[in-house]
Design a binder for this molecule. Structure first.
Ligand SMILES: [Zn+2]
Length: 234
């Protein structure tokens, strides 16, 4: 049994916690020796393993897409249901129906979910380019920023970046976030055109052009993991 973290403090008893990402965190009294901690944990092994299993299943269920009828997909912070129509067309097609708040997927007879994943990715990237480009242009004019090019990437670890040549990059995953969160990331990267580091000056410039930036930043920290399109090939 792997202990991911032990926190020792003035507490008197041992406490076990399974985090949202299925990690095992143990809180123990400072004076408790490691062998005793391990012994007490062994007694609770069954409970710990069951809890971790439930948590892992939950993670897979909430993150993995199956591309089935009625499944929900994010667009600008809102859930859109997937509607699948079987047709005789040669190639499957995906469309965003904003009015009906749904994604419409017309599938061909030899359709497979792996294909749907690729189609979704393509559409999300296209939508991201449209929405992000428009906002970048508008904010650049409004706040007098000069940028070079906009790139849409598949970056996993960062939402956006700004090169010394003035090229702005944004991950397509942002298209799943609410518009005001996308706007924060855009304003953050635009601010880097004037201040290349994360200095005090940088953050005061961000605050000036995006007064609620702290709330947006926190939203990304809390919800960023939901902005993805997971699919397990089996
Ligand atoms: Zn930055």
């Amino acid at each position: 049994m792997k202990i991911d973290k032990i926190i020792k403090s003035k507490r008197k008893t041992l406490a076990v916690q399974i985090t949202n990402d299925a990690r095992l965190v143990v809180r123990a009294p400072r004076s408790m020796p490691d062998f005793l901690i391990k012994m007490l944990l062994r007694k609770r092994r069954a409970w710990i393993q069951k809890k971790q299993e439930i948590m892992r299943e939950k993670i897979i269920n909430t993150k993995t897409k199956q591309f089935i009828q009625g499944e929900k997909f994010l667009y600008l912070g809102e859930s859109y249901k997937l509607k699948i129509i079987t047709t005789t067309i040669a190639r499957s097609m995906l469309k965003l129906d904003k009015k009906g708040q749904q994604f419409l997927l017309a599938i061909s007879l030899n359709y497979d979910p792996e294909h749907a994943h690729a189609i979704f990715l393509k559409l999300y990237k296209k939508l991201a380019r449209e929405v992000i480009s428009l906002s970048v242009q508008a904010y650049a004019i409004q706040h007098n920023f000069l940028y070079n090019k906009i790139r849409i990437t598949s970056a996993l670890s960062r939402w956006g970046s700004c090169s010394s040549k003035g090229n702005l990059s944004f991950t397509w995953r942002l298209i799943m976030a609410p518009q005001e969160v996308i706007d924060y990331v855009i304003l953050h990267e635009l601010a880097h055109l004037k201040e290349q580091n994360h200095s005090k000056n940088f953050w005061s410039l961000v605050e000036k052009i995006c007064p609620l930036y702290k709330i947006r930043k926190k939203w990304l920290k809390d919800n960023g993991h939901k902005l993805d399109l997971y699919f397990y090939f089996c």
